[in-house]
Design a protein around this ligand. Structure first.
Ligand code: ATP
Length: 429
């Protein structure tokens, strides 16, 4: 029997156990109806999940990935779509109402959604099939090994022109975006000079780091501000050229001659970035952080000398559902931040989807974030890795599903990467 790929490397006895129930693909048209925004009802859902945790954990332990989940046509390698599941913290493992609602293989992640429907308990297993899944036990090195295959295309070779590459981290607050980007940029800093040496090309590296923060006029959220993290947060203007390369006017670019320097500049930007303690994360990022690693001709020592390619690392601010916003009632700054962040994330998805569908019209002018990343959408040769981060907590289920849908839709129509099975559980309430 042909095992679906992703399951091929699991022995039969290692695979999750069979579950009974209906299986269906999710169509894009019915998506909105069945997946409403998490709302105050999410609280009652959380209560149901905690009250009937025994029944739900039993149903999760009997889950088996449907055999026909995976076949799909080969798609281009311009976008690599991944998800990472963060492990539970120690304090979470000690709580009775918390159990793991996510299971993974190398290419699939399944979110187990326990619910009460018409007074009966049911378990919906929603499986997402991506290019790579990093489970709870994966390390930053595992993530970097995949990212490296993409960013290597930006290093010039004698027989090949370099292309731009971008790595995005997207997910709910506290799911490990910054943890992942810090890990992979550190590994990148360590490796990149070896790549350059092996390329035998005369090139030099420069790094700039900016954050995008919500601009406000009174009560109104206006155009976002771009701040230079290497110049005390000074405001930066930018323009793009015909090739789509964005030039930051007034942003400092530091030349890096070795790994230690590169690593130090990466850490310096991270430490200056705007963060705020929230209910979910003591150091929650309230801005989008972007590192631009410019690969320039070595002969051209000027700061604005010819750019051969750019490697961009984007740590997006945490997206927030309605229930998160309820924690900040009355904090108008936080609400303005959230509005701006959610608007730019939604615009980013529109742009990446238009780009992956090969559309000539890409709505990148909508937000500062998408204007800055224009090159990633316009250049057909550019390569992008998009990593959605989630947690397996019962109270995060709706957000995890929303993150995974957002992430997958970048590359495929919904029915090509999602499958849903519903199992009716014993117990009438
Ligand atoms: N894979 C992981 N392994 C171990 N610890 C992790 C992992 N992912 C996240 N963490 C820990 O979880 C906490 C929150 O992670 P992090 O700050 O990266 O979240 P975030 O998604 O960037 O949140 P925000 O959007 O609020 O900035 C941190 O203490 C981090 O060390």
């Amino acid at each position: 029997m042909n095992l679906p790929h992703g399951m091929g490397n699991l022995r039969h006895d290692q695979r999750p156990k069979v579950s009974q129930g209906s299986t269906r693909r999710i169509s894009s048209s019915s998506r909105a109806k069945r997946d409403p925004e998490p709302s105050s009802s999410a609280f009652s859902k959380a209560r149901i999940r905690s009250t009937y945790s025994d029944i739900f954990t039993n149903a999760i332990s009997r889950f088996l990935l449907p055999i026909h989940v995976l076949p799909r046509a080969e798609t281009s390698d311009r976008f690599t779509i991944c998800a990472r599941v963060r492990p539970f913290f120690e304090e979470e493992t000690l709580r009775n109402d918390i159990y793991d609602c996510v299971s993974t293989t190398n290419e699939t992640v399944t979110v187990h959604v326990g619910n009460l429907h018409l007074n009966k308990l049911e378990m919906k297993h929603v499986t997402f099939h991506f290019d790579n899944i990093f489970g709870k036990h994966s390390s930053n090195q595992d993530v970097y090994n995949v990212v490296q295959k993409t960013i290597i295309h930006s290093i010039p070779q004698r027989d090949r022109l370099p292309v731009d590459s971008t790595v995005f981290l997207y997910g709910k607050t506290g799911t490990g975006k910054s943890y992942t980007i810090n890990g992979i940029t550190q590994l990148f800093a360590h490796d990149v000079f070896t790549f350059i040496e092996n390329s035998h090309c005369d090139i030099r590296l420069g790094i700039s780091a900016i954050e995008i923060v919500a601009g406000t006029k009174g009560f109104i959220v206006s155009k976002d501000n771009v701040c230079d993290l290497y110049n005390n947060g000074a405001l930066v203007c930018f323009r793009d050229d015909a090739e789509g390369t964005v030039h930051l006017r007034g942003a400092k670019e530091h030349s890096c001659n070795n790994s230690t320097q590169m690593d130090a500049y990466i850490k310096a930007a991270k430490n200056i970035r705007r963060t705020q303690a929230t209910a979910r994360n003591s150091e929650s990022s309230r801005s989008h952080l972007i590192y631009f690693i410019r690969i320039r001709k070595a002969a051209d020592q000027l700061e604005d000398g010819e750019i051969l390619s750019t490697i961009t690392f984007v740590d997006l601010a945490g997206n927030e559902g309605k229930q998160d916003s309820l924690n900040y009632k009355g904090n108008s700054d936080h609400i303005k931040d959230s509005t701006s962040i959610n608007r730019s994330l939604s615009s980013l998805q529109d742009c990446i989807r238009a780009a992956s569908a090969g559309s000539k019209i890409i709505p990148f002018r909508g937000t500062t974030l998408t204007r800055l990343l224009k090159g990633c959408f316009y250049s057909k040769e550019s390569k992008t890795v998009f990593i959605g981060t989630i947690s397996g907590l019962p109270m995060d289920i709706e957000q995890s599903i929303s993150t995974l849908k957002y992430t997958g839709l970048i590359k495929w129509p919904m029915e090509d990467f999602t499958i849903e099975q519903t199992v009716k559980l014993n117990g009438i309430l």
